[in-house]
Design a protein around this ligand. Structure first.
Ligand code: HPA
Ligand code: ZN
Length: 320
């Protein structure tokens, strides 16, 4: 029974965890036009990676106050806890906060407060990873990195980059990552999702990352697979996201088990669950059912994620 397997999530974008009903409610409260954002069934409307990113940016724009973010975060973590999640790292975005008109300190404070509430009521532990957004460009990235390191709290443990992998060179963002690394943050970066293995290799060459967001398209390059295994780079694999976005034409084609069997450290996360009609519990369940994995094999994904989490060792000891 997958429900009873403890789960650890390392890759979820906080605004991407917002249920459509909540976005509709806040849009009405703040008189924000969300025409075209939803389909006839009330879910988010998008049809490819570009329109997904646009829908994401629009949904993010309805969150305005610290309490909006506290509520969103508490709701997401409590729902995760009810699926057996014991620890979650959420991605937050200084750029989306700025675009929404909320001060970064209030944004971070609200998210941190939501985590405190969820831990108090359900025991789930949350940590925070500020991200830069590749499609907003290298100049915005440097500013966002400075914002992120200027205003920290004890839950901020890492730094990363999401957004449109097809734009710019990853080296353009090295200065932003350097700001974060200097502040002691551990690094992750989206790569090998929309673009192929060369994007993962370029990221490893340019940025001292410990983890790669997605990274699944490393499967297209045997040399790179060996490098990932040798360097013990951890992949934040989001299979439901990959299938929904058409990176793979169905669950049976997903390479998660082949990556694992090549000795690469692989974990399971949900990315932007309502956008992809998934949850982390469903992602675990689909992996287990599609590839007929044992409970012990599923637990190994969780143990890999605990080892790869950016929190400190005392928290990991409690999770193990
Ligand atoms: N890829 C890139 N950027 C993102 C994603 C993703 O899967 N989700 C939210 N921003
Ligand atoms: Zn992501």
């Amino acid at each position: 029974m997958t429900r009873t397997i403890p789960k650890v999530e390392l890759h979820c974008h906080i605004e991407g965890a917002a249920l459509p009903d909540l976005v509709r409610r806040l849009a009405a409260r703040y008189h924000i036009d969300v025409g075209g954002l939803f389909d006839a069934d009330g879910g988010y409307r998008w049809h490819d990676f570009t329109s997904f990113l646009e829908a994401y940016d629009r949904a993010a724009s309805v969150f305005k106050t610290a309490e909006d973010f506290a509520d969103l975060t508490e709701t997401y973590l409590v729902a995760s806890a009810l699926e057996g999640v014991i620890y979650t790292e959420v991605f937050i975005s200084p750029d989306h906060a700025r675009r929404s008109g909320i001060a970064y300190a209030d944004y971070l404070g609200g998210i941190s407060e939501g985590m405190r509430r969820a831990e108090e009521s359900h025991g789930i532990v949350g940590r925070i990873i500020p991200l830069i957004e590749r499609h907003f460009g290298p100049e915005a990235a440097i500013k966002a990195a400075k914002t992120a390191v200027h205003t920290m709290d004890e839950r901020v443990v890492g730094f990363g980059m999401a957004g449109d992998e097809r734009l710019y060179e990853v080296t353009d963002f090295a200065p932003a990552f350097a700001v974060a690394a200097e502040a002691g943050l551990k690094l992750t970066c989206h790569a090998g999702e929309v673009c192929g293995a060369e994007s993962v290799r370029a990221t490893l060459d340019a940025i001292p990352v410990r983890r790669i967001g997605h990274g699944v398209r490393a499967i297209e390059d045997a040399d790179l697979m060996r490098r990932l295994a040798d360097e013990e780079i951890v992949l934040e694999v989001c299979p439901g996201s990959n299938v929904a976005l058409g990176v793979y034409a169905g669950w049976p084609r997903h390479p998660i088990v082949r990556l694992r069997d090549a000795g690469i450290k692989v974990t399971i996360s949900s990315d932007d669950p309502p956008f992809f009609h998934t949850t982390v519990g469903r992602d675990y369940r689909m992996v287990q059912d599609t590839f007929t994995l044992s409970d012990r094999e599923m637990l190994a994904f969780t143990q890999t994620a605990i080892d790869a989490a950016f929190c400190d060792e005392t928290v990991k000891t409690r999770l193990r």
